[in-house]
Design a protein around this ligand. Structure first.
Ligand code: ADP
Length: 502
């Protein structure tokens, strides 16, 4: 089926017009055409119908091709305009094409008409697609949620979208021709200029910085700016994309201040605990001394009261010294160093030898690895946990404790596990036992202050690690300590030596 072609023919000769229509039909078109021969008729035809193409005679009585072309151009319609003349002079052809005609043909050579029409129809389609793309790009550019701008090699704004203007508080006309240096906060200028220079020299393809602009109202605004170079054999211009990060910066600042205040109040609190513990110890010591002096002078009943008083005072001393230990974890902590866990554990077991003998306990130790931390704190941590495992054993069941370690998370952390076969802990107390002064067992059977695991937790937190427990009541508990490794180990440490039994 032939393609319909709405053809407007500007021609005074009807036979000539028919010849053109015939040529179009032979070329596979189905022309729907109208012939006009005056300016008035042309105006009317342009407004009353829509056209695919215009074929215009060059010279008409009282009208001309160039005049017709002018009318079409001023109508704003993008219509292919082919000039067709009886004779062709080179000058006429050139003038027509310069004026904006899309092609020029001679009436005697209408064989060229169809290819010319086909080409012009394609061209008009291409122009329409390009216009659409440009329109879409402009919308994207203008409505982007980030500022987008072009600046030349001297830093002058060449083009800015609405968002960029909004960020700076100026209109685009106020900014064009001015340079970014004029609105950059002085403290941030030098850093950016050196990057901009490197960009222009082609040493870097792009740079990203956080900087402050001075807005029109004098206020400062933080942006995250990414600038890339656009090259056209030489440096052409820089494309800048700016994102307003004022809010984020304000949040960062308030977080910083909050952390500083928190650190200060923590320090004050720890200092208070230290002073209070020191000062509290003194009167307790006096009570002990005087009660011992009194012991020989009172009745047996009084002596019994005095002995209970001494027990209470010693307990109070233990509580205070544990509180002091707790307050020292952050304040008196030592810098982290690599710690070989095997020798450290031996020292811990040496310290616990009395409890081990008393309970007839057995500790099975698998070869351990190396962690990073504060040696005396890790010593204390293991001592508290193994000490508890010995203390909270089942009646008539000697404690058997297993200590093992392994690399976790592809060598980023190290886990130490201490398993016992003791009393066990109900699941509902898994969290509570790490809180200060929380105990699950009576002090008469199991001495203690309820601070041991609190100290462990604080030590582990200082090491950015974690501690947790799982347990089966009446069977035993497993304490897991996870410590991050500053220098991750890629290959697991080989188990070189057999388990050690103590
Ligand atoms: P303390 O041993 O001085 O009471 P901790 O803070 O070390 O204080 O422990 C808190 C409580 O958790 C203990 O009183 C005990 O009831 C329970 N607990 C700790 N370790 C174990 C364990 N290995 N088995 C059973 N219970 C435990």
């Amino acid at each position: 089926m032939n393609k319909p072609l709405h053809t407007l023919i500007i021609e005074d000769s009807e036979p000539d017009a028919e010849l053109e229509v015939l040529a179009l039909k032979q070329g596979g078109f189905d022309p729907v055409f109208q012939r006009v021969e005056t300016a008035a008729e042309l105006h009317k035809a342009l407004t009353s119908a829509s056209w695919d193409i215009i074929l215009s005679d060059y010279a008409l009585p009282g009208f001309s091709g160039p005049e017709a072309l002018e009318i079409v151009q001023s109508s704003g319609l993008d219509l292919p305009f082919i000039m067709i003349s009886g004779t062709i002079g080179e000058e006429v052809a050139v003038t027509s094409l310069k004026a904006g005609a899309h092609d020029f043909l001679v009436k005697g050579q209408l064989t060229r008409l169809v290819p010319a029409v086909n080409r012009e129809l394609e061209e008009v389609q291409r122009r329409q697609a390009a216009r659409l793309l440009e329109k879409k790009f402009l919308i994207t550019f203008e409505q982007a949620a980030v500022g987008i701008a072009h600046v030349n090699a001297s830093g002058q704004w060449l083009l800015l979208n609405q968002k960029y203007c909004q960020i700076l508080g100026y209109s685009s006309s106020e900014l064009l021709g001015h340079a970014f240096q004029e609105v950059t906060y002085s403290e941030d200028l030098e850093a950016e200029l050196s990057q901009f220079q490197r960009l222009k020299e082609g040493k870097i393809p792009a740079y990203s910085i956080e900087k402050r602009y001075i807005r029109k109202d004098g206020s400062l605004i933080w942006v995250n700016l990414t600038v890339s170079g656009v090259w056209n054999t030489a440096f052409d211009y820089a494309l800048a994309v700016a994102e307003d990060i004022t809010q984020r910066k304000a949040m960062e600042q308030s977080l910083k201040e909050y952390t500083q205040r928190l650190e200060q109040s923590n320090q004050e609190l720890e200092q208070f605990a230290t002073i209070a513990s020191h000062d509290l110890q003194e009167p307790l010591r006096k009570i002990l001394v005087f009660s011992e002096m009194l012991a020989g002078t009172v009745s047996p009943e009084g002596a019994d009261y005095l002995q209970r008083l001494q027990v209470a005072v010693r307990r109070m001393q233990n509580l205070i010294s544990d509180l002091l230990n707790l307050s020292r974890i952050n304040r008196k902590g030592q810098p982290f160093k690599p710690i070989h866990l095997d020798p450290l554990l031996q020292m811990v077991l040496d310290d616990l030898h009395v409890a081990l003998e008393e309970t007839q306990g057995q500790v099975i130790v698998e070869p351990l690895g190396i962690v990073e931390g504060d040696k005396s704190q890790i010593h204390q941590l293991l001592q508290n946990i193994i000490g508890n495992a010995l203390k909270y054993h089942r009646e008539h069941v000697p404690p058997v404790i297993k200590v093992s370690g392994q690399l976790m998370e592809a060598g980023k952390t190290y886990q130490i596990t201490v398993e016992d076969n003791g009393l066990g802990i109900k699941e509902e107390y898994y969290g509570r036992i790490f809180e200060p002064f929380q105990r699950l067992h009576g002090v008469s059977l199991y001495p203690g202050t309820g601070m041991g695991l609190t100290i462990c937790k604080k030590i582990v937190e200082r090491h950015n690690g974690s501690i947790s427990v799982t347990s089966q009541v009446g069977q035993g508990s497993q304490f897991r300590i996870i410590l991050p490794l500053v220098n991750p180990v890629t290959a697991p440490v080989a188990n070189l030596s057999p388990p050690i039994f103590k």
